[in-house]
Design a protein around this ligand. Structure first.
Ligand code: NAI
Length: 454
């Protein structure tokens, strides 16, 4: 049989592309070597959010006196949190499998490798068989970056050093956790383990945590976590992983942080090796597959979506890229845009961002204005955040009077940042946004409040 479409990888990019193509009537096969759902569903987005929800409930109750709640006898059972996480993941994995089935996708749970091209199409080997298809989507995802730090590979082998995978499955929580890398994974995991009582230290190479996020919000977030007991070492370079310790250089001096466990979260790299890209000469650059704005690679009918193209390593980007790829296969013109993709760090409080920050806009030489407002201008925020110090920041195009970026440090911001994404996508002006009604009382009203500061 010759398939219309072969998908390599069953993560968010792969499974969604397979579903959409199957729904459109293509004859689709999808290969997955681990578990469908990929990193996001099995050892990323969903497991972390499940665990962080338990931590948030616990934290809320532990500091509940100011809301009239007593915390006497309060406890969190990490192993039960992990058990629930496993249940949620299992449910969602079966959901993805069911969706593939209902869209007539053939799922092959085996490692696939592209072997070449014949007159009938591309060939892929998996499970000892050869499959042929007219089109391919490469959606093999990414893996944790492992830098050449002395003692690191020994640390990983012995289980002393964890990646996100182990940090989301150990049933015995560490008393002392050192997190290398204060980016998204580092902060979310530091938040969880801090909430359940671990002594957490974050070592970050840059002079700030939180990557490209707005520095004003990041500083407040850091201050919040320092109050909760997390220690941050910024501008610090890890030089060695020893036995029960991490050595790092800070201010020209070698210092030590002691740990029962270390989490390595210094970024991820696209999975491009071992999948046969060289057999059909797929172009890569700095380890990522090169794609155009229709998710096409340099080879005809070969597409790449998700982390493997290194554009924006987020599950929701992968979903949209998958749809763009499938639409183009089906002959429907569709273009991928990256200027309004929201991103969220699911700390407590959450930090949600979309579009430009003040600093990215200025570095591009854009003529901007910013509006900064305390979250305390939202009644709902005040009702639910005793002593809260969150802020919202809007970045405006000075001439066009449109929003080009928004950042919100407050819980629920993950749920409404898409509104700002919509304003950006549609180029709405301040005056147009002023006429939009927000539900009251909601934390989202802060966007309206901020707009009216203009
Ligand atoms: P990241 O790129 O977010 O952060 C890595 C951090 O490590 C950076 O701050 C970097 O400066 C630092 N770093 C790099 N080398 C270092 C070293 N040798 N010593 C100390 N610090 C060092 O990467 P992360 O957190 O590993 O996440 C990987 C990917 O997963 C990201 O692309 C992220 O978008 C995605 N992700 C998204 C989530 C979300 O949307 N909520 C949650 C978790 C992951």
């Amino acid at each position: 049989m010759i398939y219309d479409f072969m998908v390599i990888g069953g993560g968010p990019a792969g499974y969604l592309a397979a579903e959409r193509a199957g729904h459109a009537g293509l004859n689709v096969i999808c290969f997955e070597k681990n578990s469908v759902g990929g990193v996001c569903l099995n050892e990323g987005c969903i497991p972390t959010k499940t665990m962080l929800y338990s931590a948030k409930l616990y934290d809320g109750a532990a500091h509940g006196e100011k809301y009239g709640i007593s915390s006497t006898g309060l406890a969190i059972d990490h192993s039960k949190v992990i058990a629930r996480k496993n249940k949620v993941v299992k449910t969602l994995v079966s959901g993805v499998k069911a969706a593939l089935k209902s869209n007539n996708v053939t799922l092959v749970e085996a490692e696939a490798e592209i072997t070449g091209k014949t007159g009938q199409g591309y060939t892929v080997s998996a499970n000892g068989s050869i499959y042929t298809g007219k089109r391919i989507l490469i959606a093999t995802g990414s893996s944790p970056a492992i830098p050449p730090i002395p003692g690191l590979s020994e640390g990983i082998e012995s289980g002393f050093v964890m990646t996100n995978r182990e940090a989301l499955s150990i049933t015995e929580p560490p008393e002392k956790l050192v997190v290398i890398g204060g980016g998204v994974i580092g902060l979310e995991m530091a938040s969880y383990y801090n909430s359940i009582g671990a002594d957490v230290t974050v070592i970050e190479m840059l002079d700030h945590i939180g990557g490209e996020n707005d520095i004003d919000l990041i500083k407040i977030l850091q201050r919040n976590y320092e109050k909760k007991g997390i220690k941050f070492h910024l501008s610090s370079k890890v030089t060695e992983i020893g036995k029960g310790e991490v050595l790092f250089e800070k201010d020209g001096q070698v210092q030590k942080a002691f740990a029962d466990k270390v989490l390595l979260s210094i970024g991820r790299r696209p999975n491009t090796s071992g999948i046969g890209l060289e057999k059909i000469n797929v172009l890569t650059e700095r380890g990522a597959i090169v794609t155009d704005d229709r998710m096409k690679t340099n080879q005809p009918e070969v597409y790449a979506a998700g982390d493997v193209n290194g554009r924006s390593m987020l599950a929701h980007t992968a979903y949209r890229e998958a749809e763009v790829a499938v639409n183009n296969m089906l002959g429907k013109r569709d273009i991928m845009r990256y200027n309004a993709i929201p991103s969220v760090i699911y700390t407590n409080p959450e930090l949600a961002s979309v579009g430009e920050t003040e600093s990215t806009a200025r570095s591009k030489g854009m003529d901007i204005e910013t509006i900064k407002l305390s979250m305390r201008f939202s009644g709902r925020y005040l009702a639910e955040n005793e002593g809260g110090d969150g802020i919202v920041k809007l970045v405006l195009d000075k001439e066009r009077k449109t929003i080009i970026g928004a950042q919100v440090l407050a819980n629920y911001s993950s749920e409404f940042i898409v509104a700002c994404g919509t304003f950006i996508e549609h180029g709405l002006t301040i005056d147009e946004i002023k006429k939009i009604v927000f539900p009251h009382p909601t934390v989202s009203e802060i966007i309206r409040e901020a707009i009216f500061q203009y």
